[in-house]
Design a binder for this molecule. Sequence first.
Ligand SMILES: [Zn+2]
Length: 295
Amino acid sequence: MRFVRALGCSASSSLAMVLSIGAALAAPNVMLGALDRSGAIDADDQCAAQQACIDSYLWSIYERTPKLDTIKVPERRKVKIKRKGKVRTVTKTFTTLVAEDFAWKDPAAAQHAGLSLSDYVIGGMDRAFRVTLYRALRAMDAAGLEPGITSAFRDDYRQTLAAGQKARADNSYHGGSRHGGYGHGLAADLVSVKGATRAERWASSQELWKWIDAHGKDFGIGRPYLDRDAPHVGPIDGKEYISHRGGANTQQAALSEKHHVALNKKHHRLAHRDGHRVVWHKRHHFALRKSPHAG
Ligand SMILES: [Zn+2]
């Protein structure tokens, strides 16, 4: 109840909620029929029984989160290396991490869609996913992880504003038209807001992502791309998660991710050795640009 008040749900609606839950408890069959089939009933959580209360909570989590992203900017530089006793000049690709404030993008997209910001970012998500996300975030809050949402629903227009995004704008599980558009968003980007500096919040975010890998599936969420797009989470029974993580458990998925990175490094070295450096770099750049997260 504490946070319900903090969110500004009125005392009278809270009372009405208590009364209706009391009545429903007296007739359990009615209660099961009336509420979300994903099991969003928690005897001591009256908020979970009300979509408006869930949405207010999600909005408060979104609102408190700085909208900062770290984008990867590939840059090619000439460097001197020593090979077989000779000094040669080769071109290497370095990735610079640049901070980007994308706080303006959701309001611009909401205005474009003719919606309030909260109706856009929260209301654009699938209803059942909002309940799933609510429960997972409450658990993170209870674990002291101070979760934050940097991005939730994004339509095709919003995708075109994503930095470096060259992939199809309609293909995002955040709510691209190819996956149903508004009301069907099945992804959210989660970080931790714990810490006074960006470095501290980055460290807390890593704790949060570890927690999701260890406990997320108990609440129905997972990270389909693991550390390739760390903040991105979706329902574990959703197409995006299944197509990237399959039925494997999180540990196996994490191992295969490490394997994938190791393979990439090996490929990179081999590519250099075989003189296919340019081709590899082109593919590598493409992979960087294609990151499904990107602001
Ligand atoms: Zn995402």
